[in-house]
Design a protein around this ligand. Structure first.
Ligand code: GAR
Length: 205
């Protein structure tokens, strides 16, 4: 039996991906426990979801005049204080720098609503919709210093239908996000996947 992986979840918005992790932990579908949630925005639904699940939650804002390293040090401190060894970015809309990433080497993952490396950044679903591609999807990847870059762990495709609205596509992708994010956390908890020298390594099974 493996140990339960202590995770910290960073959010910025509605927190449906956070909810998928809360549910999977509560149902013991994954070998992880959410120790703390941090939002860079106050008053977001994600914070309420954490509160409802009795998970400690903190707001660390990014005021324009404040040094990013200082903000990242605060976030690091909160995560370390809660014993976190895997950081999950679940709709966290800030890019984390070296100061932060060096404290959690190979232990930060992100969910993104496209088949990376295409359509990184903001409004990935709209980018795919407007490009007229016939499929898109969701990606979980290890985080590096870029924006939605870094070695890929899991991807799921979805079709884009001629009759789709942007909202149809957003929801279809979100459904896949809610599957692959808990799955990736569980793979990491069971040491089935690791980042070694900037590359994803899979345990032979
Ligand atoms: C999700 O679609 C997530 O993939 C996306 O933000 C949304 C957050 O939703 N993240 C990014 O675009 C990161 N570049 P949620 O708050 O309901 O989980």
């Amino acid at each position: 039996m493996h140990n339960i992986l202590p995770i910290g979840v960073l959010v910025s918005g509605s927190g449906t991906n956070l909810q998928s992790l809360i549910d999977a932990c509560q149902k013991k579908q994954i070998q992880a426990e959410i120790k703390v949630v941090i939002s860079n925005k106050p008053d977001v639904l994600a914070l309420q979801r954490a509160k409802n699940a009795n998970i400690p939650a903190f707001v660390v804002e990014y005021p324009t005049q404040t040094d990013r390293n200082l903000i990242e040090k605060n976030i690091t401190q909160i995560l370390k204080n809660h014993g976190v060894t895997l950081v999950v970015l679940a709709g966290f809309m800030k890019v984390l720098g070296k100061t932060f990433l060096e404290k959690f080497p190979g232990r930060v993952i992100n969910i993104h609503p496209s088949l990376l490396p295409v359509f990184p950044g903001m409004n990935a679903q709209k980018q795919a919709f407007e490009a007229g591609v016939k499929e898109s999807g969701a990606t979980v990847h290890f985080v590096d210093e870029g924006c939605d870059t870094g070695p890929i762990i899991l991807q799921e495709k979805v079709p884009i239908l001629k009759t789709d609205t942007l909202e149809d596509l957003r929801l279809r992708i979100l459904e896949k996000e809610h599957i692959i994010l808990p799955k990736a956390v569980d793979l990491l908890a069971k040491n089935k996947v690791k980042l070694i020298n900037h590359k994803v390594h899979w345990e032979e099974s």
